[in-house]
Design a protein around this ligand. Sequence first.
Ligand code: SME
Length: 182
Amino acid sequence: MFHLRHTDATDKPALYADLRQQLDALIGDETDGLANLANTAALLFELLPDLNWAGFYLLRADELVLGPFQGRVACVRIALSRGVCGASATRRETVVAPDVHAFPGHIACDAASRSEVVVPLLRDDALLGVLDLDSPLAGRFDSDDARGLEALVALLVRRSDWSRLATGSDPSRTDSPNCGVT
Ligand code: SME
């Protein structure tokens, strides 16, 4: 059985260094991308304070589709032109939204969310998807979170086999039935 270790969250660089060690051990020799995404979401949701959602959206054709996550049920499909997730995917850079209500086009999956950070998953130059964290606290995420999460995502991407993930093409669906723009 794998035991996660809770560490002091006040020193964010130290916290993220510790999370990298734990993620490294949790992944071990496993290369299955789906399994590693699922355990990474669980690790982040358990060890990062003040989150109400942690998970992944994966690139399918020209939209993001819900992947492994922890938290309340979420909207399934996000167009690349929409939301914090779409902004991060399009710009291929981490986006911090200290106040989601002030972010143009923010998609409200959980009305409790007040701030958000989204980190793109990039392998070489290819976009695989995004990591999305939500918090019920305004201003929960800063540049220390952004850099720390980017390092975790880099580890996850490097150690996982993506050949059966994030490459599908499903042009038949363009709607996002349960996503509401605030
Ligand atoms: N708020 C996100 C949508 C995903 S949920 O938060 C899980 C966005 O604006 O892209």
